[in-house]
Structure formats: C-alpha cells, structure tokens
Design a protein around this ligand. Structure first.
Ligand code: ACO
Length: 348
C-alpha cells in the first residue's frame, strides 16, 4: 500500500504590500476596524498586468519541486485550486503545465474556494494511494485584487483578501505511518449564496431574489452586464456573520473527525494550520480545542485571507520557521464558500 508525503513545499507572495492605512486611499475604513474584526495588518497585491494566479502558482511550484529534489518533468499530475483563475476557462492547471514545460500529464482544476487546497490534497492523496501517480504537484493560488470592490461599498469584503500562492509536491512513499494519515471532506450547499460571486455566471439569477435585467434578445448576453459593475452585484458577496457562525462550528468538528479516525486526541496535535479566514475565527477554534498558542500557526496578519493559497503558504512558513519538524503531527483544516470544509492529518 502506498502512502503520500509532502516531499517539497513552497510559496510566493507578490512584492506590493498594502497596509490597512493604504486602503484608506480608496475607501472609508480604518486600521482599528480591520485589525479588531479580522486581525489583518497588511496584505500583498499582485502586479496588475505582469502577475496572474498562474504565474504566482508557478513561482510557488518551482520552490516546491526543487525542495522535493525532483524536476518539472518528473511531475505526473497537476492539481490547481483557485477561485480567481486567469480565464473563465480553461483552468490554470494547463497554463502552468505549458509555462513550466511539463509533459502531457493530466491537469485538474479544483473550485472549492477556501477549502480548495485541502480538497486538492485529498484528491492527490487518493491518486497516490491507488498507485496511479508518484509525484503530484498541488497548487493553491489567488489573485483577488483584480476583482474586488475597493470602494466604500465593498469594504466589508475587500479588506479581508490578499494575493499569493502555495504549492506542494505530494510523493509516493512506502514508509508506514508517514505522510498523510487521512483527509475528510464535507459540503453543505444550503448557504451557497451567503458567500459567492454570482456573475459572470449562467444562472440568470435563478437562485437569487433580486433577478437582474438581461438584454432583450433571444439567446446569449446573460453572463454579466455593465449595470452589474455599477450596482456592485458583479463583486463577491459575503454574509460575514453567517460565515463566522458556521466556520467556528465546522472547523473544530472536522478536526475532531480526523483525530477520531486515527485514534488520536487534540493533545497529540503538534501544529494546527487552519485556513487563514480571519484571526478571530482561528482564535475561536483554538479556544474550542484548548490548544496553546505555539500549536496554532497564523499569518493572516501579514497576508490577509488568500483563500486556496492560505493553507500552503501558512504550512510553508511554519515549516521554514522550524515550527514543524520530522515526526510532528500536523493538522490542516479549512472552511469556505459553498459551504465546503475539510481537514487533513499529516505525520511530517
Ligand atoms: N471599515 C470600516 N467599517 C466597515 C468596514 C471596513 N472595512 N466594513 C464594514 N464596515 C462597517 C459597516 O458598514 C457597518 O457600519 P454600520 O454599523 O454603520 O452599518 C459596521 O462596520 C459593522 O458591519 P458588519 O458587517 O455588521 O460588521 P461585523 O461586525 O459583522 O464584521 C466581518 C464584519 C469582519 C466580515 C465579520 O462578520 C466577520 O468576521 N465575519 C467572518 C467572515 C470572514 O472573516 N470571512 C473571511 C472570508 S470567508 C472564508 O475564508 C471562509
């Protein structure tokens, strides 16, 4: 039986730093409001034209591949998680494959928002456990800054998110008890509209109370209209309080599920790396689980919420800082739009 282990990990964040005070140039906000509600002090924004979700993913992937002691040619499958792809279609996986000069290996794109990386890792783990692939590149990357509403109207959402990418090479191993012990995935579509970007999309507003006025023509023209940019419906929507209430229940639940599956307890966790949704959510989860500060890694203060990239960026930083060592029990957990959530337990 094959196991999968993280053989190499890397991350990339853009150079441009925007502090909370910098955002005051665009909207009515304050450093106090943002820090008190989210813990965020600053975030990175990609170069508007030169950097894309794919290019940031490539930078993270290069580091992960090198640290895994392998090469791009040895990668036999690509999984790319993002909610901010370069194109509506095709996905970023094929762009990464082309730009990195990889072989004609399969490229799968994952659309699970903040839990995208945990979902991607779980899919990769199954492929390795069955013996189908040996070296899978798993990437989480986001360029949020191109599509948020940076006016006062959009401030409750836009101040939270930042750009960046993280990647791992998941490799086949026969060392028993090492690597990914188990992964756990869940979803509940009941609140799908509570954290969402409705347009461009093909729903025509079917699931929404406020249906848009579409052009009067027999076919086509129903992805997005100029009015949507005007009235703000083209931007991501978040019912923050619903997200908060659900997240603080589902994070601990899915972590406990992973521990139970492996006959372990919260005291066995050496490092919890939660999706960096909001520092208040992470602190709530930490308190619920009774974990000390040194066993929970947070970096949202410096990067904001980078959605599918947040878990691999945080995992990589924790490892680089020596906070994760060989033999440690590491728990990854995420919750996000959908709602979708998941966890992964790893013996490092
Ligand atoms: N700066 C200043 N004032 C703001 C800002 C801002 N950036 N954003 C909103 N406000 C104002 C509002 O307009 C409102 O003003 P009013 O009282 O005059 O109407 C006031 O602040 C309070 O607004 P609320 O939306 O009620 O603020 P709340 O206390 O709920 O905090 C927040 C909003 C931070 C989003 C909170 O609901 C929260 O923490 N939710 C969790 C959601 C989250 O963190 N999601 C992360 C992304 S999703 C994920 O990763 C799973």
């Amino acid at each position: 039986m094959f196991q999968s282990k993280i053989a190499g990990i890397g991350y990339y964040v853009p150079k441009n730093v925007y502090s909370n005070n910098d955002l005051k140039r665009f909207m009515d906000t304050s450093d106090e409001w943002i820090q008190e509600r989210t813990g965020i002090k600053e975030r990175r924004y990609a170069d508007r034209l030169e950097e894309t979700t794919t290019t940031m993913g490539i930078e993270a992937a290069k580091v992960a591949i090198e640290r895994a002691g392998t090469t791009a040619e040895e990668i036999d499958f690509i999984i790319f998680a993002t909610l901010s792809p370069d194109y509506y279609f095709p996905g970023c996986g094929v762009l990464l494959q082309r730009e990195m000069g990889m072989k004609e290996v399969g490229a799968l794109d994952i659309r699970n928002q903040c839990s995208g990386f945990v979902y991607a890792l779980s899919v990769a783990d199954q492929f390795i456990k069955t013996g189908m692939y040996k070296n899978i590149l798993v990437v989480g990357s986001e360029k949020h800054s191109f599509a948020l509403d940076y006016s006062t109207r959009g401030r409750a959402v836009s101040v939270i998110f930042g750009d960046g990418a993280g990647a791992v090479v998941l490799q086949s191993t026969t060392e028993a008890g090492k690597g990914i012990l188990s992964t756990h995935l869940h979803a509940d579509g009941a609140d799908a509209e509570k954290l969402a970007m409705y347009y461009p999309g093909a729903s025509g507003g079917k699931w929404l109370d406020n249906k848009p006025q579409w052009p009067e023509q027999e076919l086509g023209g129903m992805l997005m209209t100029a009015e949507m940019l005007e009235d703000g419906t083209a931007f991501p929507y978040m019912d923050g309080q619903t997200v908060f209430k659900k997240a603080v229940v589902k994070f601990p639940e899915v972590i406990q599920e992973a521990l139970l599956k492996n006959d372990l307890r919260t005291t066995d966790i050496d490092m919890l790396v939660p999706h960096q949704a909001n520092l208040r959510i992470s602190q709530f989860v930490q308190k619920t689980l009774g974990l000390p500060d040194e066993k929970v890694f947070n970096n949202i203060q410096r990067y904001g919420n980078t959605t599918a990239a947040s878990v691999p960026i945080a995992l990589c930083e924790a490892w680089e800082e020596g906070k994760i060592k060989a033999g440690d029990l590491v728990c990854l957990a995420a919750f996000g739009a959908g709602f979708t959530w998941g966890s992964a337990l790893i013996r490092w």
